[in-house]
Write a protein that binds this ligand. Structure first.
Ligand code: G16
Length: 547
């Protein structure tokens, strides 16, 4: 079939700068500014000189505007000469599933439409991110090129063709491009079956020895969790809740934490709590793990997975190394030390793990922001983390709480909390960071309360694989006895600025492992507030979110 290609004129926007993970904006920005989506997509394509005939993976988390945006992107990809488009049925693909498809099909890359855990809908957020041929988020050299291109773009290419049928699995040919609509779950489910002990997990779930509740939060993991947990592993129907992806996530906030995964949390703290509770976010890359009446912090989760990886078939041969983002607690560092493997500290953003994974320097990695993953894909992976936990629970016969308490007894506990001051004025946020910056030189050697400052700096990272340097990644203050304060501005918000304060304190005393986190950190929290002058400068009485 011959396809007409139109070259349409457009005007650049100054603000299409990708943040920590792609371009995230209010949905309205995409809807109300002509060609806002088209400009960014063409900017991406213009930076991919080898796109002709190549394979591109396309999908999204199903939020409002997902389908119309995909239709536009398909027509633009056809007009830009891609050879094959692999699209998840219904326009759905979780971020980790997209990463896997890119790798499996040797695609040039993929586009995932999502604003992650941010709410969707006309009043919510929308986003677009590009993943490269290793399946991982585009590193800075790409995103900077996209941004530069977006500021000078004058035209975009689009095919004159009818919408593709996103719901029918099969192939459709448009000019030189084959559009394949595929089941979004099958390949991913096969990968999970290779990594985990599905037989043993199935026996535990069908006999009722182990029970699970997975909250898909009306986001993309619903179909994945239904297929894997209920259909393949035999968890009773209803084990996956909020399983149907909805454009507005059922009015909810698809962020798997104690505040937003409310139904799940009530269940896990109630009398009928199952053995394992878990939730994932909008695009399926985040995870939250709960036991009966017990919350596992993402930092502890990473440490525990590393310490128990040998119990899981896919990791039985041991870990090559681990990595965590700088603000993530240092719990995993102790495990790495005990295992005699390297532990890397990277800036915030999954893209920084890509080189380490590709070079075989690490097997597991994770972040405090509810992200955990391994070398099986190049994204963090929510359902994978849940299956990892399930495998460990089944293999040890221990409850989540017992596993974590045993871990603390062995390694000590890193009490850890993040305080967010959301949607503050950008100038105020910048002033706080400048103020902290100005104090860096004077701090080392001085006392802060009962602590002594051993190091204070603005974190910068030299990638051990390609030597690239990333600076300005957050202020960190290392204290003695072992504690740490970190301050940085979020790169994923869509309103004003968000200041994140990360507070950590190591506690080796076996008699002090079960304290309330906020109480255990109270003195450090006060020090962080005083040092940054956050309350005075923002006029806020406290953080908007505490995790
Ligand atoms: C993204 C990134 C993560 C990062 C998180 C929070 O996650 O992929 O690496 O930790 O944002 O970033 P920030 O602190 O800058 O807001 P997601 O799940 O939102 O794509």
């Amino acid at each position: 079939m011959q396809i007409d290609i139109e070259v349409r004129k457009t005007t650049p926007y100054p603000d299409q700068k990708p943040g920590t993970s792609g371009l995230r904006k209010k949905t309205k920005v995409f809807l109300e500014n002509p060609n806002y989506l088209e400009n960014f997509v063409q900017s991406i394509f213009d930076c991919l000189p080898d796109r002709r005939g190549a394979t591109l993976v396309l999908g999204g988390d199903g939020r409002y505007f997902n389908r119309p945006a995909l239709q536009t992107i398909v027509k633009m990809a056809v007009a830009n000469g891609f050879g094959t488009l692999l699209i998840g049925q219904g326009g759905l693909l979780s971020t980790p599933a997209a990463s896997h498809l890119i790798r499996k099909n040797q695609a040039l890359g993929g586009i995932v439409l999502s604003a992650s855990h941010n709410p969707g809908g006309p009043e919510g957020d929308f986003g677009i991110k590009y993943n490269i041929d290793n399946g991982g988020p585009a590193p800075a050299r790409y995103t900077e090129a996209f941004f530069r291109r977006s500021r000078e773009i004058r035209e975009y290419r689009i095919a004159r063709m009818a919408d593709v049928d996103l719901d029918r699995i099969g192939e459709q040919v448009y000019g030189e491009t084959t559009v394949k609509v595929i089941d979004p779950v099958t390949d991913y489910a096969q990968l999970m079956a290779q990594l985990f002990d599905f037989d043993r997990m199935r026996r535990a779930l069908t006999s009722g020895a182990v029970t699970i509740c997975f909250d898909a939060m009306h986001a993309v993991t619903g179909p994945y969790a239904k297929r894997i947990l209920e259909e393949e592993l035999g968890a009773p129907p209803g084990s996956v809740i909020n399983a149907v992806p909805l454009e507005d996530f059922g009015g909810g906030h698809p962020d798997p934490n104690l505040t937003y995964a409310k139904t799940l949390v009530e269940k896990m703290y109630g009398p009928e709590a199952p053995t394992l509770g878990a939730a994932s976010d909008g695009d399926g890359d985040r995870n939250m793990i709960l036991g009966r009446g017990f919350f596992v912090t993402p930092s502890d989760s990473l440490a525990l997975l590393a310490a128990n990886a040998h119990r899981v078939p896919g990791y039985r041969d041991g870990l090559r190394g681990v990595a965590r983002s700088m603000p993530t607690s240092r719990a995993v560092d102790r495990v790495a030390e005990a295992l005699g493997i390297p532990c890397y500290e990277t800036p915030t953003g999954w893209k920084f793990f890509g080189n380490l994974l590709d070079a075989g320097k690490i097997t597991l990695c994770g972040e405090e922001s509810f992200g955990t993953g391994s070398d099986h894909v190049r994204e963090k992976d929510g359902l994978w983390a849940v299956l990892f936990w399930l495998n460990i629970v089944v293999a040890t016969g221990q409850s989540v709480a017992t596993l974590v308490r045993e871990h603390w007894r062995r390694f000590g506990r890193n009490y850890y909390s993040r305080h967010d001051y959301e949607a503050i004025d950008r100038a105020t946020a910048d002033a706080i960071m400048t103020h902290l910056h100005d104090r860096l030189a004077e701090l080392p050697g001085n006392r802060l309360g009962k602590f002594r400052v051993v190091q204070a700096d603005d974190f910068s990272y030299t990638d051990p694989v390609d030597g690239s340097v990333t600076t300005g990644q957050g202020i960190r203050i290392l204290l003695e006895p072992e504690a740490r304060l970190v301050f940085r501005l979020s790169g994923t918000g869509t309103e004003g600025a968000t200041l994140r304060i990360y507070i950590e304190r190591y506690q080796p005393d076996p008699a002090r492992l079960d304290l309330d986190t906020q109480a255990a950190l109270a003195e450090l929290i006060e020090l962080a507030e005083t040092l940054s002058e956050v309350k005075k400068r923002t006029g806020r009485s406290g953080p908007t979110v505490v995790t």
